[in-house]
Design a protein around this ligand. Structure first.
Ligand code: ATP
Length: 134
């Protein structure tokens, strides 16, 4: 049994179609959504999203920030950033990791910059992990 899935980012539509299952990392932990799920809204965390399409084929992506909502059986991921595993630029994610670590190593770093750098590091590590899982 499938449901209608729409994945949108500020760049546009990343996916629209029927899906059998979608697994995402929310702020509360991993959630797997199947057809006929009750209405639901949750903020997204940073992690791997796995979409099982109508043919049963799994596609993986790095899904960072935003919201997931189920309404009348339709599922919408409104993600701050969403990249399919095959679209992830590994060198870019490694460079982002290095920049984040360099900032975090500064002895005079303030709390705000530390938090931003930690979030940047987390994004870079999620992207590398999703890319490596190819
Ligand atoms: P960077 O410093 O490389 O920009 P970042 O974590 O600060 O990394 P984001 O602000 O999360 O980047 O994303 C900015 C845009 O670039 C988004 O559209 C995101 O999908 C894309 N993006 C970021 N990193 C990658 C990557 N490694 N591969 C592909 N797309 C990426």
């Amino acid at each position: 049994m499938t449901f209608r899935l729409q994945i949108v980012t500020p760049d546009g539509l990343a996916f629209e179609g029927e899906a059998e299952k979608v697994s995402v990392r929310t702020m509360e932990g991993e959630i797997g959504i199947l057809a006929r799920h009750i209405d639901y809204v949750s903020p997204l965390g940073m992690g791997e999203a796995v979409i099982t399409d109508a043919e049963g084929k799994e596609r993986r992506a790095a899904c960072i920030g935003g919201m997931v909502a189920v309404h009348n059986g339709n599922v919408r991921l409104v993600a701050t950033t969403f990249e399919w595993a095959e679209d992830i630029d590994l060198e870019r994610a490694k460079a982002a990791e290095k920049r984040a670590r360099d900032i975090m190593a500064k002895p005079d770093i303030n709390d705000r910059d530390l938090k931003l750098a930690e979030a940047k590091l987390h994004r870079a590590l999620v992207r590398q992990a999703v890319h490596r899982g190819l």
